[in-house]
Design a protein around this ligand. Sequence first.
Ligand code: HEM
Length: 367
Amino acid sequence: MIEALEWQWIAARASGFTAYGLVTLATVFGLLLSQRWQSRRVWPRLINDQMHQHVVLLAGVFTAIHGIAVWVDPFTKFTWLEVVLPGISHYRPLWMALGIVAAYLGMAVVITGWLRPKIGYAWWRRLHYLTFIVWLLATLHGLGDGSDSRTAWAIGIYGISSAAVVGLTLARLLRPAGSRARSMPGWAGLTSVIALGGLVFALLGPLRPGWNAIANGGKGSGSRLATAVLATNVQAAYSAPFQGSVTQQGPDAQGVVTLSFDLLVQGGPYGVMTLTLQGTALPSGGVALTGSSLALGTPAEPGLYEGGLAQLNGGRFSATLRGNGLSPITVVGNLSVDSSNNVQGIVQVQPGVTQEGTGSGPDGGGF
Ligand code: HEM
């Protein structure tokens, strides 16, 4: 089910990188223009004010597409308020907030461009420096929030973009074009410190394995690619809410009924939980449980941890789950199903095998 809906996620990532490339290009064009780097020989003098403005507008269009794709992504299930108000997202709140603020500041820069005749050149120019903040926030947002940050191609995009923007900014500050322009070594020093800080942050944070599990204190760490690669042992107990839906198959010719619960866990490193219950229909109307399985993992590897239920009592369940090359974990949860077959509940995951996860199994119980 999740695979069939992956296009929103692909659209979010593709438009995110396109927007980022365009924000970088707009910044680079602006810097080249201010350095009067225009060749009369290059037809049609590609880097000019108009081109700069077109790139800015295109960046706005792709940022809007990115925001919408993120909003409709069924994995994260954002409300519309979460995608417009910085900091309230249930998923990677800080890193998402940086993207939202970057988008608003970008809008402010564009609007001050339109208002230039009213506010005057000096104010327009001052406000235009916000562009650097927009680019910096977009870079930190992409690195910190993105699922692709650790791939070679993403590192290439962030690396080339940063080298271009930082290099041209330093050139602009140390060797500005124009007879009246003066060099600003203090600002160049600050730029170098920020660039170095950014590099250290990237190396110690988003580019290290496990970043998605630790970013935001575990909030929204049910990331996809990163956790698929990560597959580390659960180090400490945690509990997280989950939600999803249940579908029923059967009863078949033998009277066997299968209930499949597809659940998304909001917290902890493993975002996908699947519970399957099998039973035979009883003449009294109930179902006698004959088999069960619980799996915890990522969308790429939903069956990373697997095991049968040890207990099922009302909505309460427990199990010991095992994964290939991973230490066993005990999972204890509580779920409820509403009349539309929507499921929600809370799950506790602990490293190791505890009393709760063991037992004779629920077979013979009812549901
Ligand atoms: C200047 C504006 C923005 C730029 C340049 C930008 C760029 C990016 C980039 C490059 C990524 C990394 C994608 C990946 O690693 O696959 C990303 C991820 C993301 N962005 Fe933005 N973004 C911007 C604004 C926003 C806004 C306004 C929102 C909120 C609606 C947002 C939400 C997200 C989310 C949730 C992700 C994580 C997607 C994933 O799972 O990889 N971004 N963004």
